[in-house]
Write a protein that binds this ligand. Structure first.
Ligand code: G3P
Ligand code: CA
Length: 243
């Protein structure tokens, strides 16, 4: 169990405001955090930015849809105060800022948030940035939008993709073939012994999210030490694995 890798969900979001450079830096600087998960959307003027919700209201002092604002407008918003006044001044990071922060320190799981036909060509913009910073081998792309995942596989086969699923996967062969994914990124409560075994047998990686309670961390880790534990609380994982 000690060997399961840890992924910091939205950065070290239990300790710092999610998807900000503060949370990402905290995770990137910890030697035992292997990967950082962040959510990627796009500004009105086509710049990939890091934020979870499609609207600004919960995690910034702005209001309205992320994609209705230019990068300059988004950068004026505060993305830290809501979490703790000590983080006032944190902003919505660009993907480029996050790549620079993580490069050489931690791998990144980029979850592409793309409802409907929003954010046209976000796939090309993300790939262009990842290639510019020579980070293809440090990235896994996931998305609930499986059409978007297929696009990534087609335009950048060197970048790994993971099938993002909340639920028990059916027609898994077809989904893997369609998207080209080589990993399974699953809501942890749907992971079963059989699914774990058969997935590793077919050479898939497994990410389990979002595992925040120590007893769940231990249970998932005990299924197989190759399962990566994605959590808002890496500190709890570091303690739980010793117990
Ligand atoms: O990447 C897994 C997980 O982050 C998906 O759910 O809503 O936290 O982005 P959500
Ligand atoms: Ca996510």
């Amino acid at each position: 169990m000690r060997n399961n890798k840890c992924i910091a969900h939205r950065g070290w979001s239990g300790q710092a405001p999610e998807n900000t450079l503060a949370a990402i830096r905290m995770a990137a600087n910890h030697p035992e955090i292997d990967m950082i998960e962040v959510d990627v959307q796009m500004s009105r003027d086509g710049v990939p930015v890091i934020i979870h919700d499609y609207i600004l209201d919960r995690t910034t002092n702005g209001s309205g849809k992320v994609g209705d604002f230019t990068l300059e407008e988004l950068k004026k918003l505060d993305a830290g105060f809501w979490f703790n006044p000590a983080y006032t001044g944190e902003t919505i990071p660009t993907l480029e800022e996050v790549l620079i922060e993580a490069r050489g320190k931690a791998k990144l799981n980029l979850e592409i948030k793309r409802a409907g036909d929003w954010y046209p060509a976000i796939e090309n913009k993300v790939v262009e940035l990842v290639q510019r910073y020579d980070m293809e081998s440090d990235i896994v792309i996931t998305s609930f939008n499986h059409e978007t995942m297929r696009t990534f596989t087609q335009i950048a086969p060197a970048i790994k993709t993971g099938l993002l699923i909340y639920g028990y996967p059916v027609l898994l062969e077809e989904l893997l073939a369609y998207t080209g994914a080589s990993a399974l990124s699953m809501g942890y409560d749907y992971l079963t012994e059989n699914l774990v075994r058969s997935s590793f047998e077919r050479g898939l990686d497994i990410i389990a999210w979002t595992v925040d309670e120590p007893q769940d961390m231990k249970r998932i880790a005990s299924l197989d030490e190759r399962i990566a534990i994605c959590t808002n609380h890496p500190d709890r994982w570091l303690l739980a694995r010793e117990a």
